[in-house]
Design a protein around this ligand. Structure first.
Ligand SMILES: Nc1nc2c(ncn2[C@@H]2O[C@H](COP(=O)(O)OP(=O)(O)OP(=O)(O)O)[C@@H](O)[C@H]2O)c(=O)[nH]1
Ligand SMILES: [Mg+2]
Length: 307
């Protein structure tokens, strides 16, 4: 399978993803040998975030066409934190991206991730590693719904595109959700609706208020009409400009951030298992107030002391 994978066989990729999703122990082995074969990844990993209905799927779809027109191969990972199954909200995206299905240069995969850390499946990072090793030039990550998963996506992606709309209160929502901080590129989608210029000024004002120096990357603020495919070339260009800004050192730091996210997910997973398997006698002691939950936690996690 490794051989077929390295030769670019999409069926081998699909099988490898299934291994990861089913938590098959051979998946780790595969990932490690792939990482040794393909040391450097030049993929652009792009996270698309924004409120439900902002136009993430529409824009991703248009960006796929833009990448394909340049001959680049593209993968899309749709992450649905609301569902334990793939389906539901994801289905619409599949249909919308349907016309790329015949295209061998486009790979679309949906993943459910309910119950996973912050809504972003721990398997997502593994699958992402596979897509990078496979050699896609562009990899888009898209979530359905709002919440923590948007911020998580920024920990995993190299470039985070925040999709806003001129609809009332979008900027306010973005400030609240901490999305301003994670944006590498803003796009005001639905720029055909009134209020796009005003929103642009609000974001710019907010950026200038924040701490900055001569090295600060001011996320460019674009306007797009996803449904008309307007502004798509400029959006892709802005993403590529951010890549150039990051350079190899910036990219290295982003990847460290991803590793930290991955480690955090692994630790939480282990801790959760330990908690679930804790003997009832220990639970009873906590319940009676004989010991604190923290003391038992340290014990079941194998810590010697509070450090
Ligand atoms: N007027 C207008 N409508 C748009 C534009 N872009 C997308 N839409 C429409 O907005 C609706 C939502 O777009 P989606 O791409 O599904 O939005 P999304 O962010 O992926 O939504 P979720 O996946 O549910 O979070 C669709 O009906 C699109 O046709 C635009 O630029 N202008
Ligand atoms: Mg969508």
């Amino acid at each position: 399978m490794l051989q077929q994978f390295l030769e670019g066989d999409l069926r081998a990729l699909a099988r490898a993803i299934t291994l990861i999703e089913s938590a098959d122990p051979r998946a780790d082995e595969l990932l490690i040998s792939l990482r040794q074969q393909r040391q450097t990844s030049s993929s652009l990993v792009i996270g698309m975030t924004g409120a439900p209905g902002a136009g993430k799927s529409t824009l991703t779809d248009a960006l796929i066409s833009q990448c394909r027109s340049k001959g680049a191969r593209v993968a899309v990972l749709c992450i649905d934190p609301s569902s334990p199954f793939s389906g539901g909200a994801i289905l619409g995206d599949r249909i919308r991206m349907g016309r790329h299905y015949q295209d061998q240069g486009v790979f679309v995969r949906s993943m459910a991730s309910r119950g996973a850390l912050g809504g972003l499946a721990k398997t997502t990072v593994g699958v992402l590693g596979l897509l990078e090793a496979f050699g896609f030039e562009f990899i888009f990550l898209e979530t359905v719904g709002v919440g923590q998963s948007e911020v998580d996506i920024a920990s995993v992606a190299d470039h985070t595109v925040v999709v806003l709309t001129p609809a009332g209160g979008d900027a306010v929502q973005a400030f609240k959700a901490g999305i301003m901080e994670i944006a590498d590129v803003f796009t005001i989608n639905k720029a055909d609706l009134p209020g796009a210029d005003r929103l642009m000024r609000e974001i710019r004002a907010a950026q200038e208020l924040g701490a900055h120096d001569e090295n600060t990357w001011f996320a460019p603020i674009l306007q797009t009409i996803g449904s008309e495919k307007e502004g798509i070339a400029e959006l892709l260009e802005a993403i590529q400009n951010h890549r150039n800004h990051l350079g190899s050192e910036g990219l290295r730091l982003r990847r460290l951030e991803r590793a930290r996210f991955e480690l955090n997910a692994a630790i939480q997973e282990l801790a959760r298992t330990r908690a679930k398997n804790t003997e009832s006698s220990l639970l009873e002691q906590i319940s009676l107030g004989v010991v604190t939950a923290r003391e038992v936690a340290l014990q079941v996690l194998g810590f010697q002391n509070l450090d």
